[in-house]
Design a binder for this molecule. Structure first.
Ligand SMILES: NC(=O)c1ccc[n+]([C@@H]2O[C@H](COP(=O)([O-])OP(=O)(O)OC[C@H]3O[C@@H](n4cnc5c(N)ncnc54)[C@H](O)[C@@H]3O)[C@@H](O)[C@H]2O)c1
Length: 260
C-alpha cells in the first residue's frame, strides 16, 4: 500500500472528485478525514471507506470561513494524531457571465474556492511544520486555470488563482519537505456539471468532443492522479500543475465552436 501510516484531509470529500479521491487514498492505506458542508454526503463517503476496511472521519465544515478551515485541520489531527496530505478540493461553480454576477455570487465563489483553499493550506502547512517531516498538498485547479470557457468568468478567475497559489507555496515551503502541486482536470462527470448535462444527452456528447479522447472523464481518473502526487513516487515533484484532461488542452478543441 502506497500511503500506509499517512493521514489525509480531503475537502469537499462528500461528492464527485473528492469522494473518489477519499476512497482511493483510503484504499492505499491512508486514514482519511472528509471535510464537507454537506454532512450526509460526507458521512456516506466515510461509510464507504469503512465498508472497504479503511478508517475515515467526517467533519462538517463551511470552508469559506477561515475558522472552519483551522477546525478541520485540528479535528483531523485530534482523531488521527497527524496530517500528511491535504487535498484542497472543495469548490462551487457560478454559471453566469460577469454582467449577471452579483456581489453575493462573487463572495460565495471566492470564499469557497480561493479563501477556503488558501486557509486550508495555511493550517495544513502549520501542522506539517509542527510535525517536522514534510507533507503534500494537492490543490484542485482546472483546465479553466489556463483556458477560458463561456459563462464562467468568476469560476475561471478562482481557478487561475489556485494555479498561482500552488506555485507560490511550492517555492516557499520546498525546503521544509512540503510539496505543493495542483491537478487541472478537464470535464469530469460529477454533480458540479449536473446543470449542464440536464440540458440533454447532446451536451454530454458535445462536452466529450472538447477532449481529444472523445469523452468526458470520471472522478476515479482524477483520484488516481491525486494518489500519485500524494505518494512518495512524486518525491521530486512540486509546483507542478498536472493536467488530467483527456487531451482538452492538447489542441484547439475549445476553439471548435462547440456551444454548450
Ligand atoms: N467536475 C469537473 O468537470 C471539474 C473540472 C475541473 C475541476 N474541477 C474541480 O474539482 C473539484 C471537485 O469538483 P466536483 O466536480 O467533484 O464537484 P462536486 O460539486 O461534486 O463536489 C464539490 C464538493 O465541495 C463541497 N463544498 C462546496 N462548498 C463547500 C464549503 N463551503 N465547505 C465545504 N465543502 C464545500 C460540496 O458539498 C461537494 O461535496 C472542484 O475544485 C472543482 O472546481 C471539477
Amino acid at each position: 500500500m502506497r500511503l500506509e501510516n499517512r493521514v489525509a484531509l480531503v475537502t469537499g470529500g462528500g461528492s464527485g472528485i473528492g469522494r473518489a479521491t477519499a476512497l482511493r487514498l483510503a484504499q492505499e492505506g491512508a486514514r482519511v478525514a472528509v471535510a464537507d458542508i454537506q454532512a450526509d454526503d460526507g458521512h456516506e463517503t466515510v461509510r464507504q471507506i469503512e465498508a472497504a476496511g479503511g478508517a475515515g472521519l467526517m467533519i462538517q465544515a463551511d470552508l469559506a470561513q477561515v475558522s472552519e478551515t483551522e477546525r478541520a485541520v485540528q479535528a483531523t489531527v485530534e482523531q488521527f494524531g497527524q496530517l500528511n496530505i491535504l487535498v484542497n478540493n472543495a469548490a462551487v461553480m457560478v454559471e453566469k457571465p460577469i454582467t449577471e454576477t452579483t456581489e453575493a455570487d462573487w463572495d460565495r465563489i471566492t470564499g469557497v474556492n480561493l479563501k477556503g483553499t488558501f486557509f486550508c493550506a495555511k493550517y495544513a502547512i502549520l501542522q506539517f511544520q509542527r510535525q517536522g517531516s514534510g507533507g503534500s498538498i494537492i490543490n484542485m485547479a482546472s483546465v479553466n486555470s489556463f483556458y477560458a470557457e463561456g459563462g464562467i468568468a468568476a469560476y475561471a478567475t478562482t481557478k487561475g488563482g489556485i494555479a498561482q497559489l500552488t506555485r507560490a507555496l511550492a517555492i516557499d515551503h520546498s525546503a521544509e519537505g512540503i510539496r505543493v502541486n495542483a491537478i487541472c482536470p478537464g470535464w469530469i462527470e460529477t454533480p458540479m456539471n449536473a446543470n449542464f448535462f440536464a440540458q440533454g444527452p447532446h451536451i454530454r456528447e458535445q462536452a466529450g468532443r472538447l477532449h481529444a479522447i472523445g469523452r468526458i472523464g470520471q472522478p476515479e481518473e482524477i483520484a488516481n492522479a491525486v494518489l500519485y502526487l500524494a505518494s512518495d513516487e512524486a518525491s521530486f515533484v512540486t509546483g507542478t500543475l498536472l493536467t488530467v484532461d483527456g487531451g482538452f488542452s492538447a489542441g484547439l478543441a475549445p476553439a471548435l465552436g462547440v456551444v454548450l
